[in-house]
Design a binder for this molecule. Structure first.
Ligand code: NAD
Length: 476
């Protein structure tokens, strides 16, 4: 396909591919057809990336903040100019509607511009000390960052993984998902073209477990940044203990949405249904468990299912498509397994519950209600286009259900009661809480979870500080 670029790794500024390297076939999830062959790193490639990153850190840690800012602003400008090209690549390899890919590019533009400002505001402090003594507290870049980004936001995830370390003065080795590599390469290319020294950022691909063991096994790497499932996150966190690398973990969620009798029903439905099926539900902050107060339960369930049935599913490249295919064959398999299990345990299926067509990985928007707690889907992140709608008696029971799981990424609630909003803001166990809104992010706002959803933040000032260490210097 001519629109899809040839694939390579970017190590020490060189496009690396071919030779005796293994390859991974990148597939268009809308058609199941091959898009390209991705070279996978061998041990020598990873050692070369480590060596370049070590040199890159020595160089970039001392680069003036204005230089880092200029690179980030330049890359933001180039991404904006290349918006259409990058968005099409992302839709080809990941499947989401083009409109969503375009927004993703613009989220990176906003984030890089924010970090360009933030890296010029990394202040320390001085301490009052007796007898002419001087003590200062400074933030220093942590060092080489190994960053692992998943396939669900093929532009935005690499943008986050690259932007923060570069703002902080670190170097970074990025392993983005092998399923959607060209988007990550396009983002890194914008940074190179904006003047980022080539040693400062590397893009490798490979067998994930081989790459993570190799990189985290090296004392050159000082920080691990991972976005993905909790099970893989726990595995990587264990690997990182060996060299005591710092960690930022953006892991899974099981987003509770509390809908109270006093919520504005139509407005709530219009907002949450679109949010549920964005990116075919393959979003860590996707609303999943709709915890609905009894007075509004039937109307909410019926209104939700009616809107879900109307969602236009198709190729992300087709105008008018509201939901694309799932990103890989594992996801429709997971949907089938989880929905069948729920129905077998007594849940009601109102729509969906099946694949669409016989090519690609399309799955119908699905709505379940009255799902028992022992169903797998009530406990496992579905990461797909399925909503669970259950009835509850009162606020206390609803908060208890919201906090029942070990996950704590995003939580949402709709209510007209201001006092209740305050209680929910306080008692919902989540890193991000949306009250009468699904807009829970932004370049200037920390993004991250609690409990099994991970620790540390990306975005906001917190995202840059997460790539820094604190040092106290005392001068007598
Ligand atoms: P997975 O757990 O196999 O992989 C998730 C991501 O981690 C992928 O990008 C993968 O390449 C990477 N990965 C896997 N093993 C790794 C290793 N040893 N070292 C480094 N990286 C590794 O699952 P999947 O089938 O790709 O995705 C399904 C599940 O992943 C979902 O159910 C969801 O919970 C989770 N997920 C979460 C996010 C998120 O934004 N938090 C994104 C994508 C996937």
């Amino acid at each position: 396909m001519s629109e899809y670029p040839s694939l390579h790794m970017l190590i020490d500024g060189e496009q690396v591919s071919g030779g005796s390297r293994r390859t991974h076939t990148v597939v268009n999830p809308a058609t199941g057809e091959a898009l390209g062959e991705l070279p996978l790193a061998d041990a020598a490639d990873l050692d070369r990336a480590l060596d370049a990153a070590a040199r890159g850190f020595a160089l970039w840690r001392d680069a003036p903040a204005q230089q880092r800012a200029a690179v980030l602003q330049g890359a933001a400008r180039l991404m904006h100019e290349r918006q259409e090209e990058i968005a099409r690549i992302a839709t080809l390899e990941q499947g989401k509607p083009l409109a969503e890919s375009r927004i993703e590019v613009m989220m990176n533009v906003g984030l890089f511009n924010f970090y360009a400002g933030e890296c010029q505001r990394l202040y320390g402090r001085s301490l009052v000390r007796p007898n002419g003594m001087r003590s200062t507290v400074v933030h220093e870049p942590v060092g080489v960052v190994a960053a692992f980004a998943p396939w669900n936001f093929p532009i935005g995830n690499p943008g986050r993984k690259l932007g923060a370390p570069i703002a902080a003065g670190c170097s970074v080795i990025l392993k983005s998902a092998e399923e959607a590599p060209a988007s990550a390469l396009a983002v890194l290319q914008c940074l190179y073209d904006a003047g980022l020294p080539k040693e400062v950022a590397q893009a490798v691909f490979g067998v994930p477990d081989e790459v993570s063991r190799h990189l985290l096994g090296s004392p050159i790497v000082r920080k691990l940044s991972f976005t993905g499932s909790t099970v893989v996150g726990k595995h990587l966190a264990r690997l990182a203990t060996e060299n005591m690398q710092r960690t930022t973990m953006e892991l899974g969620g099981h987003g509770p949405v509390l809908v109270f009798d006093d919520a504005e029903l139509q407005k709530t439905l219009d907002t949450v249904v679109g949010h549920k099926f964005r990116n075919a539900g393959q979003v860590c902050v996707s609303p999943t468990r709709f915890i609905v107060e009894r007075g509004v339960f039937e109307a909410f369930r019926d209104g939700f299912a009616e809107r879900a049935r109307r969602i236009k599913v198709g190729s992300g490249l087709d105008a008018g498509t509201q939901m694309g295919p799932m990103a890989n064959p594992r996801r429709p398999e997971a949907m089938d397994r989880l929905i069948k299990d729920a129905v077998a345990r007594g849940a009601k299926l109102h729509c969906g519950g099946e694949r669409i067509g016989n090519q690609g990985y399309f799955y119908a928007p699905s709505v379940l209600s009255e799902v028992p707690l022992d169903a797998a889907i009530m406990n496992e992140e579905p990461f797909g286009p399925v909503a669970i709608i259950n009835r509850f008696e009162d606020e206390a029971a609803m908060i208890q259900e919201a906090n029942r799981l070990p996950y704590g990424l995003a939580a949402y609630a709709w209510t007209g009661d201001a006092k209740r909003q305050q209680r929910l803001g306080r008692y919902l166990e989540a890193g991000m809480v949306g009250l009468n809104t699904t807009m829970i992010g932004g370049a200037d706002s920390p993004f991250g979870g609690v409990k099994w959803s991970g620790h540390g933040s990306e975005d906001g000032p917190e995202g840059v500080l997460a790539c820094m260490v604190t040092k106290a210097i005392h001068e007598g």
